[in-house]
Design a protein around this ligand. Structure first.
Ligand SMILES: NC(=O)c1ccc[n+]([C@@H]2O[C@H](COP(=O)([O-])OP(=O)(O)OC[C@H]3O[C@@H](n4cnc5c(N)ncnc54)[C@H](O)[C@@H]3O)[C@@H](O)[C@H]2O)c1
Length: 259
């Protein structure tokens, strides 16, 4: 407990899924959290849930579109006006754009990159001047195992996620003299509502679920909280010598040679 006591964090895409789990875990560890989210309804609901579950929690929802740099700058301004200088940014907002490369439209390419890579850059750009000026800060970028493994038909999501790792390494090195750490997390298959809905939509939901689990070394998929606790670690002072790095959270799936 209190591994993030006194810290101020902004988490993008925190209305649901992995981002919501990160916001909750950060609040439990004592951080003040801003949920920077496109969908203000889910962000408000998650902030209310945090307030009801964590005694003394400081949580606020901020309408943010990570594809727009001015929107991220404004979210940071509101966060710092409420909680004080930012210590931690989690660039979590992301979308799946899965296409065949040659039939993909320009619009699909731009939609993917605007959120999955530009969105991460916009977040970094907004917070780095303050972090560098204060001589401290931690940025955690949510990448994916698609950042180093390719599944046919998932283009261009893995291209953007490879870029997230490149951005993490480049910025981690650039700002290490300023005591600003930039790291990534590469989640594997993590349970989300879409996963549960997809299994339920199949003719035999139980068999569909089992087929997915059978592909996993641990015979299960991950939970959002398991990514969240890795983000807590990277954001905390327990990880002060971890920089320009990526932690994979996939139960070993990406190390498996044969399915
Ligand atoms: N779920 C998985 O299996 C998995 C695996 C690997 C990586 N990831 C990555 O984890 C991150 C979170 O994924 P998730 O599964 O929780 O997804 P999700 O779809 O449940 O949540 C994503 C959140 O981001 C928000 N968002 C989307 N566009 C936005 C924008 N322009 N500005 C601000 N917010 C925006 C959405 O409203 C949503 O609340 C993503 O970066 C994703 O690529 C997920």
């Amino acid at each position: 407990m209190n591994r993030l006591a006194g810290k101020v964090a902004m988490i993008t895409g925190a209305g649901r899924g992995i981002g919501a789990a990160i916001a909750l875990a950060f609040a439990r560890e004592g951080a003040a959290v801003a949920l920077a989210e496109l969908d203000l309804d889910t962000a408000n609901a998650t902030a209310e849930r945090i307030a009801s579950e964590v005694s003394g929690a400081r949580a606020m929802a901020v309408k943010t579109d990570v594809t727009q740099s001015a929107s991220v700058v404004e979210a940071l301004k509101q966060t710092e006006a409420t909680f004080g200088p930012l210590d931690v940014l989690v660039n979590n907002a992301g979308i799946n754009v899965f296409c065949d490369p040659l039939t993909m439209t320009d619009e699909d390419w731009k939609r993917c990159f605007s959120v999955d890579l530009d969105g991460v850059w916009n977040g970094c750009c907004a917070v780095l001047p303050g972090m560098v000026g204060r001589g401290r800060g931690s940025i955690v970028n949510i990448a994916s195992t698609h950042a180093f493994k390719i599944i046919p038909g998932c283009f261009p999501y893995p291209v953007a996620k490879h870029g997230v790792i490149g951005l993490t390494r480049a910025l981690g090195i650039e700002y290490s003299p300023n005591n600003v750490r930039v790291n990534a997390i590469a989640p594997g298959y993590i349970e989300m509502q879409l996963t549960l809905d997809w299994w339920d939509s199949q003719a035999d939901p139980k068999a569909a679920r089992q087929a997915t689990l059978d592909l996993q070394p641990m015979k299960r998929i991950g939970q959002p909280q398991e990514v969240a606790m890795t983000a807590v670690f990277l954001a905390s002072d327990e990880a002060l010598f971890i920089n320009a790095s990526c932690i994979t959270v996939d139960g070993g799936r990406s190390a498996l040679y044969h399915d």
